[in-house]
Design a protein around this ligand. Structure first.
Ligand code: ZN
Length: 195
């Protein structure tokens, strides 16, 4: 194992991987979403793009073998093994999400500020924070095109493994969302191993 990183509930972390490395993300206590971002070290403006990934895979919920492609349509990560069914539809939670959509006046931990904070050594701007890949997030799409968050079916120890196709800066956030079922109303920890 090259790296082992613990991501406490409601917080973010960043780490670097090389082409060929495998990244295992573990839902430590169950029912926990892990927002995932990946950037090219030589150019932060090339990153895993949820919208381009949807087109490359031909679906909105990701499964084994799916390539996570960049905004320049280059495969950066591949979903290699583990739990299936990861959301690509939703942007990360941010201060406005809690203030406007849930009426929470006081500051609430959120994935956007988590990523922005850990990416400061690399100089990522707040405006550039891309839409994440929402690992473990269970979204139900209805026949009439609506979608809604459902409680994840993951249990403690469930994991997903992604293979890095190029060198990457990887950011994660153990999503602090506690106002809808996406984390079972109980944000918990994420474990990371780089193999
Ligand atoms: Zn979040």
């Amino acid at each position: 194992m090259k790296q082992q990183i613990h991501v406490p509930a409601r917080s973010g972390r960043v780490f670097e991987v090389h082409a060929g490395d495998e990244i295992r993300l573990t839902d430590m206590q169950g029912k926990q979403v892990c927002d995932l971002w990946a950037f090219c070290p030589e150019n932060l403006e090339e990153f895993v793009s949820a919208s381009h990934t949807r087109v490359a895979c031909g679906r909105v919920i990701l499964h084994h073998g799916d390539a996570l492609v960049s905004n320049l349509r280059r495969p950066l990560l591949t979903l290699a093994a583990g739990v299936e069914g990861h959301d690509t539809l939703q942007p990360c939670c941010d201060p406005e999400r809690y203030r406007l959509d849930y009426g929470i006046a006081e500051p609430h931990a959120n994935c956007r500020e988590n990523l922005y904070g850990v990416m400061q050594p690399y100089g990522l701007s707040y405006a550039l924070v891309p839409d994440p890949i929402n690992v473990f997030q269970r979204v139900q799409v209805t026949p009439d095109g609506r979608f809604e968050n459902a409680e994840p079916t993951t249990v403690a120890g469930d994991s997903v493994t992604l293979r890095a196709e190029v060198d990457l800066i990887v950011g994660v956030s153990a999503c602090p969302q506690d106002q809808n079922p996406c984390n079972g109303f109980n944000p918990t920890d994420i474990g990371i191993e780089v193999l």
